[in-house]
Design a protein around this ligand. Structure first.
Ligand SMILES: C[S@@+](CC[C@H](N)C(=O)[O-])C[C@H]1O[C@@H](n2cnc3c(N)ncnc32)[C@H](O)[C@@H]1O
Length: 289
């Protein structure tokens, strides 16, 4: 069986992903804010603002082709998928450990008059199949986990729970370092005062799924987001969130030079914006009955 063949390689794909992502990404937030949940409480407002002008929400069309009546959104954040899906579905359950992110999701749900969203204020690892089933009276047509696998641990059990609670499709969306900006590598050490860590490959996630005998599809997507700003100095201020301690003049200069060299600050109708382009991997499968 493939499952045994892959396991017999004796490669710890889950650890490779988790250690890599901790080193490349989450560890800086834990150091600065104490925990990932605290970091997201702090970043909620800024995140919502950035997502207003991203192309991520366009994926809703892909999800809606399955006409899901019941949806589970793992690491729902400010509700980029929960909210539009709740407009058509019977029920959407949002699992989200950060109160700051959930508050924003709930406020927007209220402003749209949506009353079919249930929130579970927990980490995915701490939810049980029983509570997820009870809140929905059964399994879900669609399970989504978008840009939360940087933080979710215990990958085998976490994926198994997504698969076991679903009777339709599971979709995982994750950032990759395909098409990375060479300039960023050049400036990283000056900006962060440490060498640029290696970003783990999303293929690790695929291999963990293969160890569970799941055969997912992978589609590469162009991701795009922009944040309107008043000046380059505002971008530098926003960058502070990712940096340990006070920012020196040299760090500010390095950010300024990087933004200019990579042409990341653009103008549209007289307004300045900061633009990101990257590649995401959409990993998805239909659950076997
Ligand atoms: C980058 S945001 C993504 C939000 C949303 N899914 C989206 O695509 O815009 C990551 C979210 O994952 C949440 N998160 C962090 N650790 C988590 C965990 N262990 N289980 C579930 N969600 C988690 C964070 O609180 C945050 O809201």
């Amino acid at each position: 069986m493939n499952k045994n063949k892959i396991s017999s390689l004796n490669i710890d794909w889950a650890k490779m992903w988790q250690d890599g992502i901790l080193n490349a990404w989450s560890h800086q937030y834990i150091k600065k804010y104490g925990s990932i949940t605290e970091a997201w409480n702090h970043k909620a407002r800024e995140y919502e603002k950035t997502m207003e002008h991203s192309n991520r929400a366009q994926l809703v069309e892909k999800f809606e082709q399955h006409k899901p009546e019941t949806v589970l959104d793992v690491g729902a954040g400010t509700g980029i998928f929960t909210l539009p899906l709740a407009k058509r579905a019977k029920r959407v359950v949002a699992v989200e450990p950060s109160v700051g992110m959930l508050d924003r999701l709930r406020n927007r749900a209220d402003s749209y008059g949506l009353t079919n969203i249930e929130c579970i204020n927990k980490k995915w690892e701490d939810t049980t199949i029983d509570e997820l089933m009870e809140i929905n009276n059964g399994k879900y047509d669609l399970v989504i986990c978008s840009h939360a696998l940087y933080y979710i641990t215990d990958l085998h059990n976490s994926f198994k729970k997504m698969n076991d609670i679903c009777k339709g499709y599971v979709y995982l969306l994750i950032g990759t370092d395909a098409n990375k900006d060479k300039n960023y590598e050049k400036y990283y050490e000056r900006i962060y005062k440490k060498p640029m860590p290696l970003y783990p490959d999303y293929a690790c996630l695929y291999m963990v799924l293969r160890e569970l005998d799941i055969h997912p599809n992978i589609e590469m997507l162009d991701a795009y987001a922009k944040r309107y700003v008043k000046s380059v100095e505002e971008v530098i201020e926003l960058w502070k969130d990712n940096i340990d301690g006070e920012m020196s003049e040299d760090q500010r200069d390095a950010i300024r030079e990087y933004l200019a060299e990579s042409d990341l600050i653009k103008k549209e109708d007289g307004r300045l914006y900061w633009e990101w382009r990257s590649k995401d991997a959409l990993i998805y499968w239909k659950v076997e009955k």
